[in-house]
Structure formats: structure tokens, C-alpha cells
Write a protein that binds this ligand. Sequence first.
Ligand code: SF4
Ligand code: SF4
Length: 371
Amino acid sequence: MTNVQGMIETCVQCGECVEVCPFYKATGNPSYGAMAKVGAARSLFAGEGLTEEGLKTLWLCTRCDRCVSTCPVGISVPDIVQSARAELRRRGQWPQKCSNIANAIIEHGSPMAAPPQDRITYLGKDHNVREKAEYLYVPGCWASVRLPEVARASFQLLTKAGLDITTLGEKERCCGLFLIDNGLMDEARELAEKNTLLLESTSAKTVITECPGCYDVYKRVYPALFREPNYEVIYIADILKDIVEHGNIEVKHSGRKVIYKDPCPLARRYDMTKAAREVLGHVAEVVEFEEHGAEAVCCGAPAGVKPLYPEVANELAGKLLKEASSKGVDQVGVGCPFCMHHMSGVQNGTEGPLRIRTPSQLMLESLASER
Ligand code: SF4
Ligand code: SF4
């Protein structure tokens, strides 16, 4: 908190962080840009009442980190937002929808409160989840529950490549990213301990995550909240890249074009922008958004924005899809199942002809088209 208050006091209101914020881009309103969030947090921690706009701007943040590199004095607006949201909760000013999601994660193990058996449909009927293996595949909530075709594609590729691999099956639970984004750190700490021990119980040396959010939580947040784990964490595209390059699986170029949407945590916190493009490059011609890599525009959905302000989140996804169409592509490659869920939902409300797919799905399709 001291650190957060120090950051708030350090802000010189230069405005460098305003226009890069996706919520300025979506609305054209500087009241929803990053600097306004610092102002709202300043009022909140000073004990002043927040205006409706002030409250809204604190919730219109996906903690995408786009503003962080623009600040000349090193302020992290997403850290300020995280703290402000925790303070709002202490004051009983949390939106009911956010409380519902947090409770679903804590009590039922996923933001959608899915029954455990919904997590394993991607494995098919005959698959027995083994207790131990060298590799552990963790699809995360969105890929396992809402987009089993995504998890199925990755698991089939990893199996076909001959990896000694297992999953957590029905035992898997949410990594708790939503709790972290909204400042519920005690609850997140409990999950960090439970999940680290659960993942270690498989004896896996390598944990492969489908979701960039899970990747960041397992790799960076859990060690800070609990301890370093006994396994290495890698992102699905990194291992797929190795699999293709070592010839474990042969793929065929489709001759089609694909535009790639970088996941925010990977591009900005880890500079991980190459592997997914390399995988996609084996099966299609890769085209870029105007702002890509570390400058990629957030899809607008995470951290509670989609449930609270769907029209704003949808506006951002719509802009990305429109830009994709203008580039003459018919496929959008996404590195994040939650981006995919969100962007596909927006596209379903239009006549858009774009296919939205993960690198795993496009890679699997390239095998199928070989036969
Ligand atoms: S983290 Fe992203 S959404 Fe939040 S203020 Fe910064 S740029 Fe805006
Ligand atoms: S860039 Fe940094 S100093 Fe400038 S307004 Fe944003 S948070 Fe404040």
C-alpha cells in the first residue's frame, strides 16, 4: 500500500499513459484512460467520495500493462488499480457481478462455477488421467470448460509428439487470476499453495499452460505468494515450436493468411512474441495488426471488464476484428482462450467471415489436411 500511495503521489499527470490505454481507444474518453485511474485512486485513498466516472474508470482496466512502459517516472497503473479495487471491497463497494465471480472461483474452482466433469470433455471418453508423468498439460478454465476444442487440439498434438504427458482432469481448478487482478491477495495466496502442491503431486518436471494468464500466475505470481515450485512452467506455443522444429510432427502450409493477436501478459511481461508466430508461420502467412507485440491492443475482456461493461469490451474486440478484416485475412490467430471466447462472441453477433483459432488448432488442421 505504501508503494501504491508513493506511486500515486509520484504521478506528474503528464498524460503519456492516456492514449495507449485500450479504454481510451474504445471510448475516445480520457476519463477512461490510464491517468484517470491514478486520479480516481488518489481520491479513493484520500477518503474522498468517488464520482460515478471515477468508479467506472477503476473497473475499466484489464491490467494489460500497456501503460506501464509509457510512464516516465515508472508508475504501474495496474498495481494502483489492483489496490484500489481491494480498497473498494473493504468498503463494501464491490459490484455484485465481481463478488459472484470471485465466490465461484473460491467455492467451485472456476469463474463459471462449472462442475468438475465439465473440465474433461476435451479428453474424450476413453482417456484415463494418469497420476504421474514427465509433462503436465493445464488447459485452464476457459479452454477446458468453454472451448474444449482448443484443449483437445493441444493435447492431441502433445500426445502425437510422443510426450510422456498427463493432466489434472477433474482435479484442476482456477489459477485465480481474477482474484489477483482485483486485489483478493489472501484468497489468491491460498490458491497458490493448493495449486502448487496439486501440480507437484503429478511429479511433472514441466507444466504446459494453454492460457497466458495461467502461465503468468504460475510462473511469476505464485512464487511471490507461496514459494518456487518443483516444476518449470512453459507456454503451449513454445513447446509446439520445438515439436515442429525438431520434426516430431510434420505440418503443411495452407497458403492462407492469419493475423496474430498477442496475449498481453506474454508480450509485455516476458517479451514472448516469437514462438506463436513461428508455429503459425509453418501453416499460414502471418500478417500483423498495426499495434502488435509489446504494443498489442488488449481484447478488452479480462479482470471483470467483460461482465461489468460488455459494450466497451465488445467495442475493443470489434475494432480488432475490423482491422483484421481490413488486412485481407480470413483467420485470426489468438494465443489466449479467453481472448478467443470474447472475440468469437463478438464475431457471432456480426456477419464476419473470420475464423478465430489458436496456433494448436491451426497446426492440427494442417495435419488433417495432409491426409
Ligand atoms: S493496465 Fe491496460 S487497461 Fe489498465 S490502465 Fe494500463 S493500459 Fe489501461
Ligand atoms: S505516464 Fe505516469 S506520470 Fe504520466 S500521467 Fe501516467 S502514471 Fe502519471
